[in-house]
Ligand binder design. Structure first.
Ligand SMILES: *Cc1c(COP(=O)(O)O)cnc(C)c1O
Length: 474
């Protein structure tokens, strides 16, 4: 094969994969040893042979998890939307870094255009934003801006031990702990506030902790509301936090990695995010429910237009940044954690132009409706028990089994569903109890798939139960 045939070959493979990605099982499972043999990783290298290369592509696609399959319901994302896949391909072929206007003029304007659309929607008038490598980094940058604001010497002088204290929902994402670690706050200064029975941060307890911190002469500098917790899908109410912010003066961040997508729908925003426009910062992932290909995220700040730059810029970037010229003023790199920056804006831009805000909002509303339907199905299976009230897009349940062995049984059931290619469902421990977590983020999933998902799960559960009772498998 010649180089000029590469694309037609590639697109033939891609097209076939795309057509078949929702049929058959979502996975042809092999254990690591078997898979190593099947892949024949030691096949000769260095031949510069395109047929060989496509052989590897074939193997990859044959044994990979088909994330666009309706049985893939365990992550906050699934197969990417087609406009963003096109964006990825164009981004790859025109490989550049979105750190300066010079090297990425179009994407710089795309990125700023999309940030302005989102600032407008969120209601951060006169704010600023940037696309980051995900909510993990966005949470860290928000915490860092807050730290630099409350302890301005820290950027030059290092961390003031124990002076700054941050607060998050007890179920907040682990990226908050990582941020506290990386920023030198000390993990003890990250307070996980207990939640109510719906998984929302208990504001009365938060108020007590804030008062204690202040009485100790320390500064509560950062409170993060989670808009859609990772396991239970709870939304911390933002409005009750506003008087506390007025009293203690902290930075109020909203981690909307998962549930922040509701901002695109007027009805869901009213229900889940009242008060958001008054927060100091907000992050949301386009690469979860909204279906962009990984990675695609935005962080927005509501603190004027220089906050990111003053907090992040450091070191001599004169070899790269042309802030002496007119173009250079648009450079996105000086206020970014990264030097090389992927052109993530193109994916989001194409999705936005293709589906429009209304189309994306309808997608989120539909996921919520389907999750409600899943809850009804769950109620029709006496073998299953719901493990947490459903707040939004997450449905937590388990297969009924005597408490002492319930975790082990449900883990075995989950493994069986995965290895037999039936479905891939998430799991998590809440208060020591293993629960299964259904997440629907795939636009091809409908009510029929949801019914079948539960029927298959219960079928596998019954078979496993029979084996356990007969003592044939442990
Ligand atoms: C997924 C998630 C994150 C991490 O986001 P990434 O974009 O994967 O880094 C942070 N917070 C919450 C609540 C999440 O669900």
């Amino acid at each position: 094969m010649e180089e000029n045939e590469v694309f037609s070959q590639l697109f033939a493979i891609v097209e076939q994969y795309y057509r078949e990605q929702r049929s058959g099982t979502f996975l042809d499972y092999h254990n690591p040893e078997e898979l190593t043999n099947l892949l024949q990783l030691d096949d000769p290298e260095g031949k510069e042979n395109w047929e060989n290369l496509f052989g590897w592509v074939d193997k990859y696609l044959r044994y990979a998890v088909k994330t666009n399959h309706p049985s893939f319901v365990n992550r906050m994302w699934s197969g990417a939307s087609l406009p963003t896949v096109i964006g990825e391909i164009v981004t790859a072929i025109s490989n550049t870094s979105a750190c300066t206007y010079e090297s990425a003029p179009v994407s710089t304007l795309f990125e700023n255009y999309m940030i302005d659309r989102m600032l407008d929607i969120v209601g951060f008038t006169g704010g600023q934003g940037q696309m980051t490598t995900g909510s993990s980094n966005a949470n860290m940058i928000a915490m860092m801006c807050a730290r630099n604001l409350y302890d301005p010497a820290v950027k030059e002088e290092g961390v003031s031990r124990g002076k700054l204290v941050a607060y998050v929902n007890a179920d907040a994402h682990y990226s908050m702990d990582r941020a506290a670690n990386i920023l030198g706050l000390g993990l003890k200064q990250l307070v996980r506030v207990p939640v109510d029975h719906r998984g929302r941060m208990d504001v009365d307890i938060l108020a007590q902790r804030l008062a204690e911190t202040e009485a100790q002469g320390r500064q509560p500098f950062f409170v993060a509301a989670t808009a859609g917790t990772t396991v239970r899908g709870a939304f911390d109410p933002i409005e009750p936090l506003l008087p506390l912010r007025a009293r203690y003066g902290f930075w109020l961040h909203v981690d909307g990695a998962w549930g922040g997508a509701t901002v695109l729908s007027e009805t869901l925003r009213r229900r889940y995010l009242p008060g958001l426009e008054k927060a100091d910062s907000f992050t949301m992932d386009f690469h979860k429910m909204l279906g962009s290909s990984l990675i695609c995220n935005i962080l927005m700040l509501n603190r004027g237009e220089n906050m990111l730059r003053s907090s992040l810029a450091a070191g001599d970037g004169s070899y790269l940044f042309r802030d002496d010229g007119e173009d250079g003023l648009l450079d996105l790199g000086p206020s970014s954690l990264q030097c090389g920056r992927r052109v993530d804006s193109l994916k989001w831009f194409l999705d936005w132009k293709f589906y429009g805000r209304a189309g994306l909002a309808a997608r989120i509303e539909r996921f919520l409706e389907l999750c409600g339907y899943a809850e009804q199905c769950l109620g029709r299976h006496p073998e299953l028990e719901q493990m947490a009230p459903r707040e939004s897009f997450n449905l937590c349940f388990r297969y009924r089994w005597p408490e002492a062995e319930a975790n082990r049984f449900n883990l075995a059931l989950r493994t069986r569903l995965y290895q037999r290619g039936i479905s891939m469902i998430g799991c998590a421990y809440v208060e020591g109890r293993l629960l299964l977590r259904l997440l629907i983020t795939n636009v091809s999933v409908d009510e029929g798939h949801v019914e079948r998902f539960f029927a298959d799960l219960v079928g596998a559960g019954r078979a496993l139960a029979a084996e356990w009772m007969a003592g044939t498998s442990a």
